[in-house]
Ligand binder design. Structure first.
Ligand code: FES
Length: 274
């Protein structure tokens, strides 16, 4: 091992003054496991979500359960399940346009620009770097100071949009307690939708942008006791934001799967009340 620079290379671990090591890494443990697991987890969600968003079937069950992947159902195609269209139908019915095309792009961008997911896919997918003492394969590093990564700063705006979408999901979960023929009913599906929406709220309000909106730029907490209280609560949730990020990926899939299976008639929704 020497400290001589490799000729013609000026970046990263091969920059002048850095120790010259020919091996990609000297780590012998399974450092690749966490980034590989992260990549697989994100890929599963994207593939599942993509397939379901374009399937345009089995999105509404028992005349009251609407899967979050189709909320709000605003396509003209939602006419197949009239009870699913809580906010009208005005988007063209086309195989390449998801029924929830009004919200899905923003939800995707909200997650894509999320501080936690950025860390996750920068390290796992982009390998920048994949682990400590494992050099990244890229020759240059500009962080998020240039296009396109500077667009990650738009996260705060997607946060505000997602607040509205979370309200819509909450509305879906609440109206699901009313069956058109039977009135007020409670089934396992209601508990599934409620759990999903509660966890979505935890993920959304534990967002770093939410924390900043509550307590950022305040010079005197004592003059803003309500905001200070909210900021401390959100700060506590924020320490588990990564956890909520993963849990909600799982609950979104499970909730959609439940609605799909009931809609297909594969399983029957168990009525607890009504
Ligand atoms: Fe993750 Fe905002 S930081 S949703």
């Amino acid at each position: 091992m020497t400290t001589a620079a490799r000729p013609g290379v000026a970046h990263g671990v091969a920059a002048p003054g850095r120790a010259q090591v020919d091996a990609r890494t000297l780590r012998t443990d399974r450092w690749w496991l966490p980034p590989a697991a992260t990549t697989i987890g994100l890929a599963i969600f994207l593939v599942y979500g993509g397939v379901r968003a374009f399937q345009q079937q089995y999105f509404f069950a028992d005349e009251r359960y609407l899967t979050p992947f189709y909320s709000p159902c605003v396509s003209l195609g939602c006419a197949a399940e009239p009870g699913a269209a809580h906010f009208g139908m005005f988007i063209p019915d086309h195989p390449l346009i998801p029924y929830a095309a009004l919200t899905l792009p923003f939800l995707l961008l909200f997650r894509l620009t999320c501080y936690y997911y950025r860390k996750a896919y920068y390290r796992s997918v982009w390998m920048a770097p994949a682990a400590c003492s494992v050099p990244e394969p890229h020759g240059t590093y500009h962080g998020e100071t240039r296009f396109p990564l500077i667009l990650q700063n738009s996260h705060r705006y997607f946060f505000y949009l997602t607040l509205v979408i979370s309200l819509i999901n909450t509305y879906d979960a609440v109206v699901a307690f009313r069956h058109p023929a039977d009135g007020f009913v409670v089934g396992v599906g209601n508990l599934v939708l409620l759990t999903n929406v509660a966890l979505l709220w935890l993920y959304t309000i534990s967002c770093h942008s939410c924390r900043h909106a509550m307590g950022g730029r305040l010079k005197h907490f004592s003059q803003h006791p309500v905001r200070y209280r909210l900021w401390t609560t959100i700060s506590a949730l924020n320490t588990r934001h990564h956890l909520f990020a993963w849990i909600t990926l799982g609950t979104l899939i499970l909730t959609d799967l439940y609605v799909m299976l009931v809609a297909r008639g594969t399983i029957t929704d168990l009525r607890l009340i009504g």
